[in-house]
Design a protein around this ligand. Structure first.
Ligand code: ADP
Length: 628
């Protein structure tokens, strides 16, 4: 019979598995046991929803059978099984997450990264090939009387043919590789080894994992005669971690559980475990990863929690349990309030589920705030990974979640160059300080060099540095914090006192003719030219009028629709105490054309300082040369 070939990316993964130098080969057993458990969950769920009688939860089990003579290890379950088509589909391609990753990976010899891949994703069934030279899967789907056998020795493909199996379920027979100097595969046939592995990785599996063990016991009525007793032993304790009492669970247990179940190889940065009764009755075990998954900020990332109804998995990834701004949270919810018969569509409307989601949202928020107050270093790490998502949360939904999220925000601040919460900022505000000041730019260093930043900081006011695109939009949506309004350093009115304002107005009046001339010579690029009260050593800067700032213009300039791009209303501010202004004033009397050139140069300078592109760099360069 001709062998069928694996799909391209599966082939690559298989190759990797077969030649793996990954040290954690033992995880293959965990993966196969999890698959078996899922298959029984699926069948159990179906018996409940389809009202199939004659099967109860107690009937399900996983059976491990090591055979030293054949060097095989067999893992059987009486779960839902697979049809011929399903065998082909499920085992002919690797799990989605893995295959997606492989598309991005084209080079051949990257062992170090390969190892990470195995650790990061549960590569499931395929991990068997790390220890096997041949894998046979015999499966019979529930409700069918046909069984099929799928056999593969690895990269050269697989065959499927008819087989026999007495009941529904799946049997996976692994023929172990030969022992080498480095690797003793035959260890996986030892009773103690299997026992330890099950305890380590699969203790919480809710179905019994059985193995036949032989012990010698003293023969009854004798003192020195032993007899061999063979019996089935259940290797796992079967109680789900989330049902246990919190103080009976160690940090290691939580961490291991997280890593085993949520495809991460780092410990989580936060564990939230609640047992709640009242308006909703549920257990939740939630984790905040210590690092954002590689696809977190892409549309491929799927948020959601596993959902159990009274201990039965009814949904692998229930989106409705998490708001978008907490989409980084992983974990599960188990509730006795939910009906098993519920369809996905109905689940969305389910009141109980909504109550749980609301609770979880509050709980996640309060635990994050606790972390912020009790372990600032860890919180800042968290913020670096997921802060962006929370800021998006503030500005989406028309600012509906501002109250919930604004305490969680951190910005880099000029106060000791550290991260600051808004509350901390307000607590440090000077008595005469009206506003919370912020400045936008590519980096803290660049912002500090902005002419407008100088003035605020010289006054002894603290400045928040906004370096992400989303930051200023977030500020605009929040508008204020604890009754203190936000002000960008390039806003028109910085609230720095009446005196400044009066003096500035006077200067504007005195120089009105010149300023209007300069404005007109920039033909529409700025709405006005004005005297500045915010400049110290620099000759010019740009400010804006109205709601759109320069930073926002920059962000919006990435939009595709060039015609309708939103632009800021710009004002060119002149430092009237600067020598260059004196020069311009004199030129205005003698050589108006020169003033035009100077104005253009100053405007372009201001653009450059703000990090904005200038319209005609060549003309700019030529003008400078001419003057030189
Ligand atoms: P994953 O479990 O991440 O989906 P796997 O490669 O481990 O990926 O398995 C692929 C699919 O094969 C599973 O989603 C499941 O549908 C099917 N499968 C694997 N093992 C079993 C089993 N013991 N019983 C029934 N179906 C199984």
């Amino acid at each position: 019979m001709a062998k069928k070939q694996f799909k391209a990316e599966s082939k690559r993964l298989l190759d990797l598995m077969i030649n793996s130098i990954y040290t954690n080969k033992e995880i293959f057993l965990r993966e196969l046991i999890s698959n078996a458990s899922d298959a029984m969950d699926k069948l159990y769920y179906r018996t409940l929803t389809d009202n199939i009688s004659g099967l109860s939860r107690e009937d399900f089990y996983i059976y491990l059978d090591p055979n030293k003579d054949d060097k095989t290890l067999t893992i059987s379950d009486n779960g839902i099984g697979m049809t011929k088509e399903e065998l082909e589909q499920n085992l002919g391609t690797i799990c989605k997450s893995g295959s997606m990753l492989f598309k991005n990976e084209s080079q051949d010899d990257k062992n170090a990264e390969d190892i990470d891949i195995i650790g990061q994703f549960g590569v499931g069934f395929y991990s068997a090939f790390m220890v096997a030279k041949e894998v046979e899967v015999i499966s019979r789907a529930f409700g069918s009387d046909e069984a099929y056998s799928w056999v593969s020795t690895g990269a050269d493909g697989y065959t499927i043919k008819g087989a026999t199996r007495d009941t529904n379920g799946t049997t996976i027979k692994i023929t172990l590789k030969d022992d080498t100097d480095d690797e003793k595969y035959s260890d996986f046939l030892e009773e103690y080894r299997i026992r330890t592995l099950v305890k380590k990785y699969s203790d919480y599996i809710r179905y019994p994992i059985k193995m036949t063990v032989t012990t010698s016991e003293l023969k009854e009525g004798t003192e020195d005669e032993y007899e061999e007793i063979t019996e089935d032993e259940v290797l796992n304790t079967m109680s789900p971690l989330w049902k246990k009492n919190k103080n009976e669970i160690s940090t290691e247990e939580y961490n291991q559980f997280y890593k085993d179940n949520f495809y991460d190889y780092s410990d989580p940065s936060l564990v939230i475990h609640t047992n709640t009764e009242g308006a909703a009755t549920y257990n939740a075990l939630l984790f905040v990863p210590s690092r954002a998954p590689f696809n977190y900020y892409s549309k491929d990332y799927e948020k959601g929690l596993k959902l159990y109804a009274s201990g039965v998995l009814i949904m692998d990834c229930c989106k409705d349990l998490l708001p978008d701004y907490f989409s980084f949270v992983k974990g599960l919810v188990d509730s006795s309030d939910l009906s098993l018969n519920i369809s996905r569509e109905m689940l969305q409307q389910d009141r109980q589920l909504q109550v749980i989601a609301k609770h979880l949202e509050k709980k996640i928020k309060s635990e994050l705030l606790k972390l912020q107050r009790q372990n600032r270093e860890k919180y800042e790490e968290f913020w670096k990974q997921f802060g962006m998502q929370i800021k998006y949360g503030i500005y989406s939904d028309f600012g509906m979640n501002v109250d919930l999220l604004s305490d969680l925000i951190l910005f880099k601040s000029s106060f000791e160059d550290k991260y600051s919460t808004l509350e901390e900022y307000v607590s440090r505000m000077k008595e005469d300080q009206k506003y919370i000041y912020y400045a936008c730019g590519d980096s803290v260093e660049k912002i500090k060099k902005l002419p407008q930043a100088e003035l605020i900081m010289d006054k002894g006011y603290e400045l928040l540095f906004l370096t992400e695109n989303v930051d200023e939009f977030t500020m605009k949506v929040m508008r204020q914090f604890q009754d203190k309004e936000f002000r960008s350093i390039s806003d028109d009115d910085l609230g720095l006192g009446e005196d400044d304002n009066e003096a500035r107005k006077k200067k504007d009046e005195d120089n009105k003719e010149l300023f209007d001339f300069m404005r007109d010579s920039l033909s529409g690029k700025v709405a006005a030219v004005k005297a500045s009260s915010r400049l110290k050593s620099h000759p010019v800067c740009l400010s804006t009028e109205g709601g759109i700032s320069l930073e926002m213009e920059k962000v919006l300039s990435y939009q595709p629709d060039e015609e309708n791009r939103i632009k800021a209303t710009k004002v060119l501010e002149i430092n009237t105490d600067h020598k260059i202004f004196e020069k311009i004033k004199n030129l205005y009397k003698s050589d108006k054309d020169k003033v035009k050139i100077y104005t253009d140069l100053l405007y372009n300078q201001a653009l450059l300082i703000e990090g904005m592109p200038i319209d005609d760099p060549i003309a700019f360069a030529n003008s400078i040369c001419e003057l030189m």
